[in-house]
Design a protein around this ligand. Sequence first.
Ligand SMILES: Cc1cc2nc3c(=O)[nH]c(=O)nc-3n(C[C@H](O)[C@H](O)[C@H](O)COP(=O)(O)O)c2cc1C
Length: 167
Amino acid sequence: MKLSVIYHSASGNTARMAQVIAEGMKLVPGVEARAFSIDAVDPDFARESRCIVAGCPTYVADTSAAMHQWLEKEMGKLDLPGKLGGAFATAQYIHGGGELVIQALLDHMLTMGMVVYSGGGSKGRPVIHLGPVAIAEAGDVEALMEFDDTFRIYGQRMAEKAVALFG
Ligand SMILES: Cc1cc2nc3c(=O)[nH]c(=O)nc-3n(C[C@H](O)[C@H](O)[C@H](O)COP(=O)(O)O)c2cc1C
């Protein structure tokens, strides 16, 4: 089963965390997961994906403009209705608006007819209510690494749900 992680990243933080989510997805047997920048999506792979997780950096407590544009103009071409959707964000500050980004991404997915999921509090620790947020200044890989386990587990949970629904 194919799963896609699609992201915008200007300075690499979100790209790195997208790869960690894909790594977590691949821990689930039968899952083929790939991460794509919004400017290099493999449309066939994404259309065939049962689950799409989207993520971007937080810009002024909102989605980055590039991501917003992609959501409006490109995402709808990926056969979205009925697919499982999830969202993540990166931000520099813990109170910088990362969860607002996730909420905006999930709202967009709901609007496109997707079935959104995170696991919420039902999976125990780490508790991930809406989706994971990694906090780091641009290019601070050491700070990002603190979030790797949570992002990997999030990817695994999304893949397990995709397999339970569609496998
Ligand atoms: C134009 C701009 C606006 C930003 N606004 C916020 C913000 O409102 N809140 C926040 O926590 N971080 C903000 N940041 C920091 C980035 O969200 C953060 O460093 C992110 O991880 C960068 O991701 P990237 O390396 O994938 O581009 C901003 C960065 C830029 C360039």
